[in-house]
Design a binder for this molecule. Structure first.
Ligand code: AMP
Length: 192
């Protein structure tokens, strides 16, 4: 059973139209603060990114933002958080997020969020890390993505076991129960 302290949240730099997205984002920030899980996230002030950081801070939690300098220079960084780190590139940002986080939660978002989710998942399936990843599938936003992933298994592009490398959750309780029960298991051995 993995010990989970810092939780990295990936999410949209927009709010999205469904009011449940913002409501559940705020609830997640409050949950992280109440359960003493420092939040690691992309350091942005906009959209669900800004919202999860604000909710965590306002509930008395800790927030570590990690943002590339070029986005910070555009005025997109959230400065009223516990720690704001700058990186040279987007790739360095993800490396630092992986280093700082014990687990990942993916809230609704756009192309950037998909990329962050699939990066961490694809690194998990080749044993670069063994950390749990949860899709917070609010209002079934991610159902088409999960369907596509299952299709890739059915089509012979991924072993079926790799669907167990992430938790498909519709509530915060399901996410943390999934984390507590998570075992990183791969069908093949990797020596890295
Ligand atoms: P998206 O899901 O497309 O909104 O992208 C979210 C991710 O894209 C973030 O974690 C960042 O990597 C990057 N990103 C895009 N726009 C911003 C922004 N305004 N502020 C900070 N990060 C952003």
């Amino acid at each position: 059973m993995p010990t989970i302290k810092n939780v990295c949240v990936f999410c949209g730099s927009n709010h999205g139209y469904d009011p449940q997205f913002l409501a559940q984002t705020n609830a997640l920030g409050q949950y992280l603060a109440a359960n003493h899980h420092p939040l690691v996230y992309g350091g942005g002030k906009e959209g669900l990114m800004g919202a999860v950081a604000t909710a965590t801070m306002q509930a008395g939690g800790q927030v570590i933002g990690i943002i590339p300098t070029f986005l910070s220079e555009l005025g997109l960084a959230k400065t009223d958080i516990t720690t704001l780190l700058e990186t040279s590139t987007m790739d360095e940002r993800k490396d630092e997020m992986l280093r700082q986080a014990d687990a990942f939660i993916v809230l609704p978002g756009g192309f950037g969020t998909f990329e962050e989710f699939t990066t961490m998942l694809s690194w998990s399936q080749i044993n670069v890390h063994q950390k749990p990843i949860a899709l917070f599938n609010i209002d079934h936003y991610y159902d088409p993505l999960v369907t596509m992933m299952q299709k890739s298994c059915d089509a012979g592009f991924a072993p079926q076991e790799n669907m167990n490398l992430f938790i498909d959750a519709t509530t915060i309780d399901e996410i943390f129960t999934g984390f507590a029960n998570f075992h990183h298991q791969l069908p093949f051995k990797y020596t890295n």
